[in-house]
Design a protein around this ligand. Structure first.
Ligand code: NAD
Length: 342
């Protein structure tokens, strides 16, 4: 039985506690939050869980084997480092850390102590994203030409991070899992419409080796909610709409074929190919449940998590490069591949 301690019981923490409570091989031992009102809520919901305002009590509790961190981004590094040093396995909320130096340091600490370090890239554990990854990995789309994602709504304005560190992190995490290639450079633009607050709208263009291109559009100030990703390949194209109640993933057997015209070698002919569209069956288990189970299994077996610290670091490196680019109004910034970026 793996004892779980959770730090942070604000908006997201309750989802983590609820899902870890459903994992038969796990037991949520203790939860910490600095706010007494949040501790009162957890005490009402789960009277058997120990509650404390002092996160150190969770980290050092002898029955806690693994610490789950659901606090604001700026606190991730300090808390995760403290937990690893106490010999605990760690699951950190996205994004892994506020800087890549911190991310690298956590990975090194987890390797030194032989502990699991995992980041909550939640969407990677959805049936829709796992199916998209399977399609790409099995060459079901042909050569990948583009990845195009929109994630907008009238969202919660975060105070400590801008919209790319809050929302684009989801798209970058999905892209990191689904695409076989890593982006080389990024150009980002964004704007704040509230004085003194971080950017609430942003556009990221990511360049890869070859002719693959990606674009991510995120916005906290949109009147409608859109969560749509297109992945275009030479053979087929995928539309993943997370707001569809069923049929979230649709595969279009559409594309173009390019050939030379008969009369002259210099005249290209572009033919449009329109075939069937189908929606594959998806696993509808809640992503966080799949993820909580995966974290516990990795601890038990020593297996490397799908969203290990390295995946978190790759995403943080892109976020850092995008932040630099945004400060320079879209100037192209190379993404540090890093020695742990494989
Ligand atoms: N995976 C997802 O889809 C998803 C969704 C939302 C938020 N998140 C992530 O979850 C994290 C938390 O976000 P949130 O929206 O729940 O924030 P929140 O502000 O609602 O909650 C954070 C809680 O942490 C507590 N806290 C902060 N420092 C603490 C400490 N040292 N000890 C004990 N408690 C402490 C605060 O009192 C607060 O209640 C962020 O990293 C965010 O990016 C992830």
């Amino acid at each position: 039985m793996i004892g779980i301690g959770v730090i942070g019981y604000g908006y997201w923490g309750p989802n983590l506690v609820r899902n870890f409570m459903q994992v038969p091989e796990a037991n949520v031992v203790a939860v910490s939050d600095m706010r007494p009102d949040r501790l009162a809520v957890i005490h009402r919901q789960y009277p058997s869980i120990i509650t404390t305002a002092n996160c150190r009590e969770v980290i050092h509790h002898p029955q806690v084997d693994a610490v789950v961190i659901a606090t604001p981004v700026t606190t991730h590094y300090e808390l995760a480092e403290m937990a690893l040093r106490a010999g605990k396995h760690v699951l950190v909320e996205k994004p892994l850390t506020a800087t890549s130096v911190q991310g690298l340091s956590l990975i090194e600490e987890s390797l030194r102590r032989n502990r699991v370090l995992m980041v909550d890239h939640t969407f990677v554990y959805t049936g829709a994203v796992r199916k998209s990854q399977e399609l790409v990995a099995n060459n079901g789309l042909g050569d990948i030409y583009y990845y195009d994602s929109v994630r907008v709504n009238l969202g919660l304005f975060q105070h400590d991070v801008n919209v790319i560190w809050d929302l684009a992190v989801h798209d970058l995490a999905i892209m990191d899992y689904v695409l076989p290639l890593r982006p080389q450079a990024v150009s980002a633009t964004g704007m704040s419409h509230i004085p003194g607050k971080p950017e609430n709208i942003a556009y990221l263009t990511l360049f890869f080796d070859g002719n693959l291109i990606a674009h991510i559009h995120v916005n906290w100030l949109a009147p409608v909610k859109i969560r749509r990703t297109l992945i275009g390949g030479s053979q087929r194209m995928v539309v993943y709409d997370d707001l569809e109640p069923s049929e979230k993933v649709k595969i279009y057997d559409k594309g173009i074929t390019v050939s030379n015209g008969p009369e002259t070698l210099y005249r290209m002919l572009i033919d449009y190919r329109t075939g069937d569209m189908w929606a594959p069956q998806l696993d509808i288990t809640e992503a966080l449940k799949v993820e909580a189970q995966h974290f516990v299994q990795c601890i038990e077996t020593g297996r490397q998590p799908i969203t290990a610290g390295e995946a978190g670091l790759r995403v943080v490196r892109i976020l850092e490069a995008a932040s630099l680019s945004m400060a320079e109004r879209g100037q192209l910034v190379e993404i540090n591949p890093g020695r742990l970026a494989a």
